[in-house]
Design a protein around this ligand. Structure first.
Ligand code: NAP
Ligand code: MG
Length: 483
């Protein structure tokens, strides 16, 4: 049965309102392309109202600014409890609007409440330092919230993205305007309702569903927005960086995807390596920024590996994501479906060997077969561009030095992995590969304790980890004369 849709309006000042223009847009179920709901379509006028509300909530003596740090943390702990209470519903809604398979939505949302608690626990540990200058002066630093934050979300993991950005901004004491992705506005709105229940003061968090070209642009150009945190494509990330620079020099955190190399050494256990490689690239139909989309396999096990990889890809159970046993659901929308099929065609044209998959499944819903290409070369399009789909590209290599060199030949640097039983290989690779996260004999393992973000064009700044709140703080130096 379809989950009940409770919230479809814009959320400003703890109120649900229609768009000023009166416009709405359709949101879909990617499983069967049916319209789930009509959602209020915010644009510049609504962003202006939301930013004004967030600015009021951030005023010097506002309820939010006067709240003790430990109370901010407590409010977020209550929020985490409510997420846990509504766990089933949120998982169902995420799956319904995004196509995420239920087992993954369930796993993610069970991690989500702990993620909120981890970040919430940092709210009362924001500390400056003291610097005795010698002589007549003494200095100390204060860390203070940067102000109104614009949080722009992608569609791939909507609920977790909302939580990581919103919770961190709130733990720091900021206020926020959230722009969810056009494809997946529903869980963001459901979470806004839980924030009200947790006791958030009006205006502290506002959510404006709408389009990037209108609502998103208005937010990134707004003079009262002090910071933007964005996750999405490199192309839009660059636009955001420009908008921030051209206006009021907003602080910017960007998480922009990748083309992450996973290296399988000859000494690896083949059966284990094949499973990690498939998990790394087929999880969520390949719609994750850290997907292992360049799979380097050493020559000694290459042929056996390719064969086994095809078997694993073929074995994945494709179907309605609402079904608990489904392993492979639909892509998020028609645009992504066509884009990915285009990459698969390009792979064939440029001479990669299609081992399995490569086709759309059925003609309703945005399903693509888990696809494996072998004999991929570094200069092929499928080895260079982020596909964001279920396409495993296998490349052959001879030596560790060679593969490190090739792994680093990319503008991206989000994640990397190595499967090996040799400690020297693991140490050398981890030290020399250019990536914000490196996995050894595992892949996709993430917890809120570990900083996450990219080298090179994969982004700027880090989310999660014990320092995550710093991304939403300014450092103020106070110097006093002692006499
Ligand atoms: P996107 O265009 O980068 O969108 C991400 C968010 O930014 C959405 O909320 C989007 O609004 C908004 N946006 C778009 N243009 C904007 C602008 N000029 N100013 C401010 N905000 C703007 O990503 P997408 O269209 O969803 O997907 C395109 C590609 O991005 C995918 O093929 C994939 O490669 C990559 N991607 C990467 C990640 C990641 O985790 N790194 C996540 C999602 C997608 P709309 O919803 O209206 O577009
Ligand atoms: Mg878009």
């Amino acid at each position: 049965m379809a989950p009940q849709i409770k919230y479809t309006k814009i959320f400003i000042d703890n109120q649900w309102v229609d768009a000023k223009s009166g416009k709405t847009f359709d949101t879909y179920n990617p499983h069967d392309e049916s319209v789930i709901a009509k959602v209020a379509e915010g644009d510049k006028a609504d962003i202006d109202l939301a930013v004004a509300a967030a600015k009021r909530a951030f005023k010097r003596n506002s309820e939010w600014r006067r709240l003790e740090a430990s109370q901010r943390g407590k409010l977020l702990f209550k929020f985490a409890d409510l997420i846990e209470r509504d766990f089933e519903y949120l998982a169902e809604l995420e799956s319904y609007n995004n196509g995420m398979v239920r087992s993954m939505a369930t796993r993610f949302i069970s991690l989500a409440a702990d993620q909120v608690r981890y970040i919430a626990s940092l709210a009362d540990k924001i500390e400056g330092s003291t610097m005795p200058l010698g002589g007549q002066n003494f200095s100390y630093t204060l860390k203070q919230p940067v102000g109104v934050c614009g949080l722009i979300l992608p569609w791939n993991v909507p609920l977790l993205m909302f939580l990581s950005k919103v919770t961190t901004a709130l733990a720091a004491g900021c206020t926020a305007v959230v722009k969810p992705a056009e494809q997946t506005p529903l869980t963001a709105l459901a979470l806004a309702a839980l924030l009200v229940e947790a006791g958030i003061p009006a205006g502290v968090v506002n959510v404006v569903p709408g389009f990037g070209e209108t609502a998103g642009v208005a937010l990134t150009h707004h003079k009262d927005v002090a910071k933007i945190s964005f996750t999405g494509s490199l192309e839009v990330g660059k636009l955001i960086q420009q908008a921030a620079g051209a206006n009021n020099l907003k602080r910017v955190t960007l998480e922009l995807g990748g083309k992450s190399p996973l290296v399988i050494m000859d000494d690896a256990d083949l059966a284990v390596a094949v499973q990690y490689a498939a998990f790394g690239v087929f999880t969520h139909q390949g719609q994750i920024c850290i997907a292992a989309s360049r799979l380097y396999v050493q020559s000694g096990i290459y042929d056996a590996f390719v064969q086994a990889a095809a078997q694993v890809a073929k074995s994945l159970k494709i179907g309605n994501p609402a079904d608990e046993t489904t392993q492979h659901g639909p892509q998020v929308d028609k645009i992504m479906l066509e884009k990915i099929l285009g990459y698969i065609e390009k792979g064939k044209q440029e001479g990669a060997r299609l081992v399995t998959g490569g086709k759309r499944v059925g003609n309703k819903g945005y399903y693509i077969e888990p696809t494996v290409f072998a004999d991929v070369k570094d200069d092929m399009t499928i080895a260079k561009e982020e596909i964001f789909g279920p396409v495993q590209s296998i490349l052959k290599f001879e030596t560790l030095d060679e593969v490190i060199e090739r792994a680093n030949e990319t503008n991206y640097g989000l994640a990397a992995g190595i499967i090996t039983t040799n400690l020297n290989n693991a140490m050398k690779f981890s030290e020399q590969v250019e990536a914000g996260t490196v996995w050894v004999n595992t892949y996709l393992t993430m917890r809120p304790q570990t900083p996450f973000g990219g080298f090179k064009e994969s982004g700027i700044g880090r989310e999660y980890g014990p320092q995550c709140v710093d991304q939403y703080l300014e450092v103020k130096t106070v110097t006093m004369a002692l006499s």
